[in-house]
Ligand binder design. Sequence first.
Ligand SMILES: [Zn+2]
Length: 1040
Amino acid sequence: MPVHAWPGPAPGSTDWPGSGSGGWTMGADGPAAAGDRAGGRAAGPWTSSGAPRLPPRSLLLLFFLLLAVLGVRASSYKTCPKVQPDMLNVHLVAHTHDDVGWLKTVDQYFYGIHGNIQHAGVQYILDSVVSSLLADPTRRFIYVEIAFFSRWWKQQTRATQETVRELVRQGRLEFANGGWVMNDEATTHYGAIVDQMTLGLRFLEDTFGSDGRPTVAWHIDPFGHSREQASLFAQMGFDGFFFGRLDYQDKMFRENMREMEQVWRASSSLKPPAADLFTGVLPNMYNPPDNLCWDVLCDDMPVVDDPRSPEYNAKELVTYFLQLATAQARHYRTNHTIMTMGSDFQYENANMWFKNLDKLIHLVNSQQQANGSQVHVLYSTPACYLWELNKANLTWSVKQDDFFPYADGSYKFWTGYFSSRPALKRYERLSYNFLQVCNQLEALAGAAAIKGPYGLGDSAPLREAMAVLQHHDAVTGTSKQHVADDYARQLAQGWGPCEVLLSNALSWLSGSKDKFTFCRELNVSNCPLTQTEERFQVTIYNPLGRKLNWMVRLPVSGSIFLVKDPSGVTVPSKVVALQDPEGQEHPPELLFLASVPALGFSTYSVAQVPARQVKVRPSQPRHQSPVLVIQNEHIRASFSRDTGFLMEIENLDEKLVLPIRQAFFWYNASTGNNQSAQASGAYIFRPSRSKPLPVRHWAEIRVIKNDLVQEVHQNFSAWCSQVVRLYPGQRHLELEWTVGPIPVGDGWGKEVISRFDTLLETNGRFYTDSNGREILERRRDYRPTWNLNQTEPVAGNYYPVTSRIYITDGHMQLTVLTDRSQGGSSLSDGSLELMVHRRLLLDDARGVGEPLQEAGPDGQGPGLWVRGRHLVLLNTARAAASQHRLLAEEVVMAPQVVLAPMGSVPYSLETTQQTQFSGLLRELPPAVHLLTLARWDPETLLLRLEHQFAVGEGSDRNLSSPVTLDLRDLFTTFTITHLQETTLAVTQPRDRVSRLQWTTKTGPVTQAEPFFLDPAAITLQPMEIRTFLASVQWKKAIKT
Ligand SMILES: [Zn+2]
């Protein structure tokens, strides 16, 4: 990828138009000089020699406004076509929707392989579109999926590339959205969304500069829309957002009320208009109107405009079109309306489409003269349509909730995919974790991470694979099985070069060369090194901005070990082993508590102590009370010996006691009934009855108790078990569930849930996160913006749970954190449930054409079994966020364990070996999440800092107050020499952003003032993310 360059003067220079306040360069005196503060405002940014002083703020403001009005805004829309102000303007948007994997793999789609599965070849689409655009300058086309476009681009000649650049410059080829993929909005974590958008948009910036920068976000196919997605788009600088799918009742309501377009206020913390996004519902999802599909994949009649032909249809067609346009426009508020002329993988023969559209435009517009028609039709783009809406200068209504769940009929709720393919969903989240670790170590070690003793390290393959996984048929679990396998393959291939990078970086930072090993199967207690070696070392890397105590668990073969911390002091360790009820022995696991500094690592040494094989038996107290208890200093959890179920949780610090029952149930998947033929499938959740069946009414239990862990092992059935676990010092209860292979021999598809039942009076309300960030209130059988007719009492109350769900009675709060995306609900007061696994026997008729069977390896296995964790917190409602915010951060950015046999050699002769390291000079405050630390180019790092509390949260510890950080000398391995703040997806300097403004019914908002960047005082407001490009110098350079 070429080095990223802003259009205009190079970063670091101080004479950019309007850039004065946004960039900061370290002065000749070093960081200290930058600390000079005058009257609370930093003089620092301007201490580089010869730099101008700041003009008065009022003048600056005027200058900004002028720039906004005259230059920046218009330039994005200057190529838009002419419209007729007194007519109804129909904007025809020629487009193709190219799934980055669905029925075929990414490569099969690109090259057009396996036409028998689906006729689709993206390379031909792009070839064909470019030729057709060149044939007529009035034609326009939009393209969306950069994963495909960038691949096609690299295969073109220079001449073709230059031609395409010209098309882009003239606005004839426009990019919409511009992400690597069109990501899903329910099952995606916000960090991964930001990463994938950044990857796609960077390609466009690098290739086309500002000409290629999309102004409109375009999610025409995702199955429901999250509020966080809109917030992120706003923060990326988009002017508007269009989508296709929303609940059929919601759509009807909006059409009647003419609320198809409004302003989405997508954050309850960020100050408007920071998270305001103009949002429009497309009239016909993303398809062309009936009878007007002129693709090679369609059968509609072409335009026959020769009156002598017996097939002549032009007159009829024009009449039809005029009626259609007028009817459609009734649902919208301006004299502009949009038609999406294209669909899945269309335009492989673009000429067919364009030839007929040319004729349609000519025929319809000629009616203006001939018959006084008031309809004007034109080739347009989403951006040009948006521009006209903005110019209409209306006052728009405001939306504050989201668009979940999505139903396209009474018994057709798309809430199954929240949980489909739970193993892929976990692998995706784990890969997000690993990519951040890889990014951080690449940033901390610099060039030494890429080229080192272990070969060439590279984070790009995992970054691209993760971007692909965000696609709305990937992490959603809605692709065909062979495509899901290919997604997993892409992730696995991405891990390899990141492991090399980690090895190089750890070796460089620790000063010693080791035979590093990564055990990718620790989740199933498989690690050849620790199971065969008697002596080994364990390096734990902590990607959080604060130090962490973390229980290390490794499968071993011995029974007693000596574990030493980085300073050589022995730390307590234990080996636990347990036979399961079938007598099968699990590998013994070594446990020890590691302490790891912020953004750093600790290396522990482990040596087996020769001893007689001691069988650790589950302790069985002689006098059995009817209640079994596990307890540490913060929590007590009680279990009934009769049922084996959890029966009470107590928060000992707050003296809160909550009677609770947790158990597993399954819904019998509908195969269709006399109300509707709709079956449960990869997308759709439709239980045949509202009441789920218990897996079993009791569980066999076994207990492990020692100084380092207390566990209750519950066995519900041959395919469902759970370990409830408590470590010393831990403030949450860990429930590690194992479900599968789900038996379907009885002919019943099953959707398995874990349910928590309490007596909390929750008044029909529960709370779920939006993409892992802000929290939304949910109410049973209710939608905030229309009168719901509830037809599916279970599926119609399911919501995406990306990271957490909770219920509260206002005093006490029960929160459950997940380790992957799941569907969840509260179907009766005091109850909370999460769907952990599903196995179905029928397809749900949404195109994938396969039942969600997940047989296992090569499609021949008995069915997948899946393991995961629910972390349960009981706290006061007031203090709950302080816990769940920080714990969720630990879950998504968990430590990475790297192993090596004993016997390291120094990196080089002059290096001293160190067993502990931190990349930070001081820890970040708890409210601050280091969202991104990654290499951007050889001299620049990408840095994102996030305030991870919302307004009003964490009031017990005052955690939602603004936080101010000093970035100078914050990092130990490099010095920041220049700092530039950018949009969330790094598309332009923050101070150059000027989004379209919209008037809302809630009244005027104050536009943000020009800001001043002072690296000594970076302030984060609740839920704010600030993105920086930092030019850096590494302190220790690699010797060549
Ligand atoms: Zn799609």
